[in-house]
Design a protein around this ligand. Sequence first.
Ligand code: AMP
Length: 283
Amino acid sequence: MRIITTILEMQKVADDLRQSGKSIGVVPTMGYLHEGHISLIRIAREHSDAVIVTLFVNPMQFGPTEDYKKYPRDFERDKKLTETVGTDILFVPSKEEMYPGGNLTVVDVEKITNVLEGNFRPTHFRGVTTVVVKLFNITKPHIVVFGQKDAQQAIVVQKLVKDLDFDIKIFIGPTVREPDGLAMSSRNVYLSSTERKDSTVLYQSIRLAQQLINDGERNSSIIISEMSKLITSKPSAKIDYISITDASSLEDLAVLRPNDSILILLAVRFGTTRLIDNILLTI
Ligand code: AMP
């Protein structure tokens, strides 16, 4: 596995791969990798000749009071893990390499970035979409793999690719969970043992919603209220939002109708750790 730290070298290697007829698959990550990331690398491996994993904790997508500085990092472990699953190139730029100063350009997707996560993290998606476009221009992918775990991010990136005519196919890999249902996340290490136990309520609430829908409930506010009751039964849990939306417009659905593609999304804080989860459903 080759490790590349500069934009120029990465672009040259990507050009060479393309010239030799190889397809490029990219998995963007912020590192501190877990089985969720690994599953995306496997998808990239399956659909491309050369797999590039990018590892960059992107300061631009963190708000001023968020956890950029303390975000977990372990380069040696990430290096071993990526190599084991057949990554060809690990692209690990520094903050200075990616943002040398003087940047006046940002990429902004409107409307669908103002709700849900965007409502609680106002500058987050602008940071994500800007770095994603930079990574597209640096790694020159044919395919890029994102995770369903960050459902709104996946929708925003797909819209960006469509609106700006990037000749890139986006794959969305399913959410990988711990045996007790908690979605894997680099941020799970922040949880105290009590918070970790309480955090299983996120997936339990999703299962409860699924059960209610299977039993015929179609009123979103009733489903949300039942989820909310379950979550707040855990003393350490504070809900930021629970929403039931259309899976592409992210507009709230008051009533669920047959053939609707539905996304149930939630963000809950356990102490100072903020976790998100979601499920995609059709009824
Ligand atoms: P991150 O390193 O958290 O920025 O995540 C990098 C990519 O991995 C994003 O596309 C995430 O959606 C995806 N991802 C994170 N956690 C999971 C998970 N538990 N299952 C599947 N994909 C995930």
